[in-house]
Write a protein that binds this ligand. Structure first.
Ligand SMILES: C[S@@+](CC[C@H](N)C(=O)[O-])C[C@H]1O[C@@H](n2cnc3c(N)ncnc32)[C@H](O)[C@@H]1O
Length: 271
């Protein structure tokens, strides 16, 4: 495989010597925007949790189904927190495929994810990307570029898919999510997926230890802890469930069965 270096990307400030969750995730999904250090750490994680790449495919498939359902219901505004590197079936592609005037704001802390998202979005006036830490809801929601795209007085779909497990309890993700929920108009939705130790506790423990050493800590949470991120929003049927149990009828490709899946996904709406 071609060993891409930060220099090849014409990007300053990228540390290709330290594993990075955005680039590791890209590697799990079969992408090329990763360095040897990312692949080495990702391989160690896969050693501890062999089904992880397949689980992440299920996570992406859930994301596409959730966006499809909301866009078909008429939601036209999407904020995607921790959006990651571009891959197959990005949020704006699904949303604008259903609603051509849908607007999407991607938010990621990682400069590589933001650079490649920006390149992907050239020529798309309805989508933009911000490099902001999602733990700063005011910075995200008051960002000029977000306000250009998104009218917070109208319903918004706020996506936090496979990202809150990178926000440890010490950073109070419950408070962070409450700030986002409070800022959304009635009829808005929160869409979540999150790693959980409920089904494969031993694998979760090994993965936790590996990520702690990588400098990108991960925190698995229980079903109850994840459900709490929805606050007092109304759960959307079928609730917080394993990925393949969430509206399989909306799938754009056959769903694979990977056995134990250490994560839950779901959606809730603001009354
Ligand atoms: C596992 S990827 C998930 C990507 C996408 N949401 C998905 O589910 O396919 C997690 C992403 O969250 C980003 N991230 C982690 N912590 C973040 C933070 N505090 N603020 C914004 N983005 C963050 C990482 O850079 C990475 O791109």
């Amino acid at each position: 495989m071609h060993d891409v270096r930060a220099d090849d990307w014409g990007q300053d400030g990228v540390d290709s010597d330290v594993p990075n969750v955005a680039r590791m995730y890209d590697y799990y999904l079969g992408g090329l925007h990763n360095f040897p250090v990312d692949r080495e750490m990702a391989q160690r994680v896969i050693g501890a949790w062999p089904t992880l790449p397949a689980v992440l495919q299920l996570n992406r498939a859930f994301l596409r189904r959730a966006v499809r359902l909301l866009a078909r219901q008429g939601v036209k505004q999407f904020i995607d927190l921790g959006s990651g590197l571009p891959t197959v079936g990005n949020v704006h592609e699904v949303a604008q495929g259903e609603q051509p005037d849908a607007r999407v704001v991607y938010v990621d802390i990682d400069s590589t994810a933001v650079l490649h998202s920006r390149l992907m979005l050239v020529g798309n006036p309805g989508a933009t990307v911000l490099q902001v830490d999602l733990r700063q809801p005011e910075q995200v929601l008051n960002h000029r570029d977000l306000r250009w795209q998104i009218d917070l007085d109208q319903p918004v779909a706020l996506l936090a898919v496979a990202v809150l497990h990178f926000v440890p309890d010490s950073d109070d993700p419950g408070k962070v999510m409450a700030a986002y929920r409070d800022a959304l108009a009635p009829g808005s939705h929160v869409v979540l997926s999150h790693a959980s130790q409920d089904l494969e506790p031993e694998a979760a423990e090994k993965v936790t230890q590996l990520y702690a050493r990588s400098g990108n800590p991960i925190q698995f949470r229980t079903h109850a802890d994840i459900a709490a991120f929805f606050g007092d929003f109304d759960p959307v049927d079928p609730g917080l469930v394993l990925p393949n149990d969430w509206h399989p009828e909306l799938a754009d490709a056959p769903l694979i069965d990977v056995g134990g899946v250490s994560g839950y996904c779901g959606m809730a709406s603001k009354p």
